[in-house]
Design a protein around this ligand. Sequence first.
Ligand code: SF4
Length: 244
Amino acid sequence: MIAVWFSCGAASAAAAKLTVEKYGTGNVRVVNNPVAEEDADNLRFLDDVQSWIGVEVEQAVNPAFPSASAREVWDKRKAMSFAKSGGAPCTGELKKKARQLWEAQNKPDWHVFGFTIDEKKRHENFVLTERENVLPVLINAGMTKRDCAVMVQDAGIVLPRVYEQGYPNANCLGCVKATSPTYWNHVRQINPDVFRDRAEQSRRLGVRLVRYKGQRIFLDELPPDAKGRPMKSLKFDCGIICEE
Ligand code: SF4
């Protein structure tokens, strides 16, 4: 049995399609770790993708957080991101633990993730440190993130609207792993309610989410016109890469 980890991004959608085409629907299960803070249109995309690939997308949820809410994880763990490692507790609870519990119950023989040819190194690190039974379907097909987006669009599927809104991936809105002033001011402009919410919670928990002029500062201290490097489009999905 092959488990394809689908993150509501273009790359893992393409990976699921290629895997089903190669190994057949009977051998493939497609699994998603939902996170409540993702944009609602991600669910529309999930529906479209499951019709396209002909396999129902299952959900793997950590029973300690049945609402799959990152906000709840942050409050419970009293942390939002770990500056030194670049990690985040939401990833650990809602992605990694949820995935490991699903694996323990369902015992897949192989895994497929949305690693593209431009992420070969990440795939190799993952195989070395996490799981050795990974089928690199996108890498073997020589596909980039952009190729994946084109493949999905050529099938008549509209990508999650967050891409159109200028976000670099289909992750949660206001992803706490981001430290860029460009990203956070983009959130402030497109989703002001999310910005306000992250600003309030991070101030309350004492977490300086954004890096500005070489220092970590609170979101409510970020000047609205502050800019860092431009965001890279289609850079990564919050799938397994969110776990790194
Ligand atoms: S996308 Fe960001 S906020 Fe959402 S679970 Fe991953 S690290 Fe946490």
